[in-house]
Write a protein that binds this ligand. Structure first.
Ligand SMILES: Nc1nc2c(ncn2[C@@H]2O[C@H](COP(=O)(O)OP(=O)(O)OP(=O)(O)O)[C@@H](O)[C@H]2O)c(=O)[nH]1
Length: 312
């Protein structure tokens, strides 16, 4: 980072959010506390390994924010007018993220020693800084929410995964028990899938799993929960469904897949697959594990009965 010569352009300064509505006669005084600096592309401005003493205000260029490691995808981009390092500047702790200049950039920087001075001179600037901080907190919460949602999604099929099933079972089983309603579980397993992979290739197998997920999802209610439980196994929770209803839904899903005799994929047309289904009705005191164990043995029965059928 190079300290740069900088001629204050009041027009530009007034447009920066930190200086929003700050009285013109204070700006001159405030700017004396700032130093201009130039950053090269790739330069690391903040790192969780180094304590940060400065608040940066981007005047030119842009920076990217990385959480955890610089190998990860950037979580956000900071551009002209954005503040950098405001949290560690205030609490004097290590930054929680890496901030890297993604192109040659210029910034104004302010040492934390000037903080008190600055606030005394301009409550408006303090107000602006608080607003920017709140925005950063909200942005952080959004990133957290996104990563939480991604952690529940199976990347191949776009359905929920086993982790999410644990979470949703807790909620739905409590709700159904409380309202004295039944809950049904279906466990589906693609038939002869090893042979499918062997014959058409693993990528084709991946497309077939994707196709299964699409077909199942299209036939379920929004309140039903579809999760990929593992390899070629899916679990469906049917809240407020007794055994007979669960059976007819399972049967409809099985037939729906049987009817997809072929489907289009980026590899060309591929044959469809069939599934075997095990059904289990939730009993009082059932845990997710005990319910899955019964659905799994019903599935095993369906496999023994010749596959492409439902058993309970
Ligand atoms: N393409 C693909 N294959 C997978 C995936 N997960 C598991 N498999 C394959 O699924 C196959 C499952 O084989 P098996 O458990 O022997 O069962 P099966 O051949 O389907 O036979 P049955 O279940 O008895 O009808 C294995 O060959 C796994 O490699 C995946 O994500 N993609």
């Amino acid at each position: 980072m190079k300290i740069a010569h900088w001629q204050a352009d009041l027009q530009q300064i007034r447009q920066l959010r930190l200086f929003n509505n700050v009285a013109s006669n204070s700006i001159d005084q405030l700017l004396k506390e700032f130093r201009a600096c130039d950053l090269e592309a790739g330069e690391i401005l903040l790192s969780p390994f180094n304590r940060n003493q400065y608040l940066y205000l981007l005047l030119k260029g842009q920076c990217q924010v990385y959480l955890g490691s610089l190998e990860n995808q950037p979580v956000s981009t900071l551009s002209i007018g954005d503040c950098v390092g405001e949290i560690s500047f205030i609490d004097n702790q290590h930054p929680s993220a890496y901030v890297v200049a993604s192109e040659p950039s210029s910034a104004l920087r302010l040492h934390r020693e000037s903080l008190i001075n600055l606030f005394q001179q301009s409550p408006q600037l303090m107000h602006n800084l608080l607003e920017l901080l709140c925005e950063r907190v909200r942005q952080g919460n959004r990133v957290l929410l996104d990563s939480e949602q991604n952690a529940n999604i199976d990347t191949l099929t776009g359905t929920f995964n086993r982790r999410w099933l644990t979470h949703v079972f807790e909620r739905e089983s409590t709700r159904c028990t409380f309202s004295k309603r039944p809950l049904c579980m279906l466990m589906l397993d693609v038939d002869h899938f090893k042979a499918y992979n062997d014959q058409h290739g693993h990528i084709a197998g991946d497309y077939a799993l994707w196709q299964v997920a699409q077909t199942l999802r299209a036939q379920l209610r929004p309140t039903d929960s579809l999760a990929r439980y593992g390899g070629e196994e899916f679990v469906i929770l049917l809240p407020e469904m007794g055994e007979d209803d669960g059976r007819s839904i399972g049967e409809r899903l099985r037939q729906g897949l049987q009817q997809v005799t072929s489907f289009y994929s980026p590899l060309g047309t591929l044959p469809g697959v069939t599934v075997s289904i095990g059904l289990a009705l939730m009993q009082p005191k059932d845990s997710l594990q005990s319910l899955i164990a019964r659905a799994d043995s019903a599935l095993y029965k369906a496999k023994r009965q010749g596959r492409n059928c439902l058993s309970s």
